[in-house]
Design a protein. Structure first.
Ligand SMILES: [Zn+2]
Length: 259
């Protein structure tokens, strides 16, 4: 009896503390934003930690409304990606400035803090598409994996870094689970750079493994930094669909179109 009274009192005090902590947290976040400078122009930031509102509005983002939130609805993109197995493609922007520079710095100059900005931009876009009804809520999120030898050489998987930050923003709100080990790259393939779509598909055959004996959910969201021919995402989508997945949404920061 005494314990339950004590429990109730502690719970009341805890709730009161939370009410005090929340405004402090908001102030802290505002201070962090005010102290941050835009990666492109050096001005102070408002919504994004590394990007001011002026530069945000100047980004060359895809207009998702005219394609109902799916770049596969865009005829020229559909023509460029004729044999993809994933069902929906969401990319923030074409692979041009400033995204190409950011991704180069992220992948090759160890600017890992950019993962936070990429995830924030993607989370805002996904929220927008979900609210507009252009996208169904996925139940599971995975990142395109690297083979262990590539991971040891590079030291990190850029898709995983973005997915981790994205999960922090979306997981609770949408009951979305991030499972980084669900799909692994079991075959060390040679680099895809410079290969045609057909060569890429051949190179990737049986390159991935699903590490799960339980049934997978209907809708899986696959994260990568950039999509070029869609061969890697298609190979993973084929594998996921063999394990019962019905819908795969590929989400990347940029789309590197060949034409
Ligand atoms: Zn700026």
């Amino acid at each position: 009896m005494e314990l339950s009274i004590l429990g109730k009192k502690l719970s009341t005090h805890f709730s009161a503390c939370l009410h005090l902590i929340k405004p402090l947290e908001n102030t802290y976040q505002s201070l962090l934003l005010a102290m941050s400078s835009c990666d492109l122009c050096g001005s102070s930031c408002q919504h994004y930690r590394q990007l001011c509102d002026h530069c945000y509005h100047d980004l060359p983002l895809f207009n998702q409304d005219i394609i109902q939130g799916d770049l596969l609805n865009w005829p020229s993109i559909n023509k460029d990606l004729p044999k993809v197995v994933f069902d929906q493609l969401i990319c923030l922007a074409p692979h041009c400035a400033p995204f190409d520079g950011w991704l180069h710095q992220f992948k090759y100059l160890s600017r890992f803090e950019l993962a936070q900005l990429f995830a924030h931009l993607l989370a805002d876009k996904l929220n927008e598409l979900l609210m507009a009804g252009y996208m169904e809520k996925p139940q599971l999120m995975i990142a395109v994996p690297l083979h262990i030898s590539r991971l040891q050489h590079r030291g990190y998987n850029q898709a995983h870094l973005i997915a981790t930050k994205l999960a922090q923003r979306l997981a609770t709100k949408y009951a979305l689970k991030y499972e980084p080990q669900l799909v692994t790259r079991s075959k060390a393939t040679v680099t895809q750079v410079g290969k045609t779509g057909r060569q890429r598909r051949k190179n990737l055959q049986a390159a991935f493994t699903v590490n799960n004996t339980k049934s997978l959910p209907d809708h899986v969201m696959l994260i990568d930094d950039v999509v070029t021919t869609g061969a890697t995402a298609s190979e993973i989508s084929t594998l996921l669909k063999r394990h019962g997945v019905k819908h795969v949404t590929l989400v990347t920061l940029t789309l590197a179109m060949r034409r």
